[in-house]
Design a protein around this ligand. Structure first.
Ligand code: GLN
Length: 279
């Protein structure tokens, strides 16, 4: 019989040998997930043997990790803005960079107590919308996605984070089924150029949904739509805040000019890349 600490060591070694830089952390999280125990149990009771079922579950999770499935996807949840979010195959794994969008919107809103009307295009698991509603107690929001599965996940995340009563979700290609006015439009649209997708890390390329990544031939198609529709959708004095790829700031500046939108801020992520544009 293999004990918990032996299983942990063995999995860590397997992942290390396969070249995973986060082998130690990954092994711990996968073992805790397979056993369904809190981290403290691993420390206080390391010598408990794994049952055959637990060993089977763990080797299943290990196989998925060895195929470069991100740990967050295997566990099925990920934290964003300090809140727990569940994932589904139809949603991106939340990136910490996307917190830049939430921060920027909050920084530019004149009054957080106002009864703001928000919309999040391509809401995915709902992270941006839910984080904003969490910070804006009198706001109401609409989450839009082209994926029904994503909307189901977003709705569950809104409910579990206590903002379900202040938001709705709707299936639409961008703003096709949406009319304003909105005080705040946010979006982390797909912005990878189609031709670049085959070169992405396996964790992204093989496990994030293509619909959430592919921004068309130059990666800018969704921005053409969103910035083009902003005039119709924004209330006067309203704000549009979008996440961008690390090298897209100049393109966004010229697109904003074409659409008659004023750039209010270009915010950088923790790696120092321009990551979000507010207009
Ligand atoms: N930031 C994501 C990545 O590079 C892309 C997400 C998106 O296209 N919105 O993996």
């Amino acid at each position: 019989m293999t004990t918990r600490s032996e299983a942990l060591r063995e999995l860590r070694r397997t992942l290390q040998e396969a070249g995973f830089e986060t082998a130690a952390l990954d092994a711990r999280v996968l073992l805790l997930t397979a056993l369904g125990i809190p981290a403290t149990d691993l420390i206080t009771r390391p010598d408990v043997p794994l049952s055959p079922e637990e060993a089977g579950t763990l080797s299943g999770l290990a196989r998925r990790r060895l195929a470069h499935e991100p740990v967050a996807r295997i566990v099925g949840t990920r934290e964003f803005w300090g809140l727990p979010f569940r994932l589904s195959p139809e949603t991106l794994v939340p990136r910490p960079d996307t917190e830049t969008v939430v921060e920027t919107a909050l920084a530019l809103l004149p009054d957080r107590q106002a009864p703001l009307r928000l919309v999040d295009f391509g809401t995915g698991s709902g992270i941006i919308l839910v984080a904003l509603l969490h910070e804006l107690p009198n706001a109401r929001g609409l989450g839009i996605d082209l994926s029904f599965g994503a909307l189901v996940t977003a709705r569950a995340n809104a409910a579990e984070n206590g903002v379900g009563g202040r938001c709705h979700f709707a299936l639409s290609r961008w703003a096709d089924a949406v009319s304003g006015p909105f005080d705040l439009i946010v979006s982390n649209p797909p912005y990878i150029a189609s031709g670049v997708i085959p070169t992405l890390d396996a964790e992204v390329r093989d496990h994030d949904p293509r619909l959430a990544l592919d921004g068309g031939p130059d990666g800018l198609d969704p921005y053409r739509v969103l910035l083009g529709e902003a005039g119709r959708l924004l209330a006067s004095g309203g704000l549009l805040v979008v996440e961008i790829g690390y090298d897209q700031a100049d393109d966004l500046v010229s697109l904003a000019r074409t659409c008659g939108l004023e750039i209010l801020r270009i915010a950088h992520d923790l790696s120092g890349h321009p990551r979000c544009v507010a207009m």
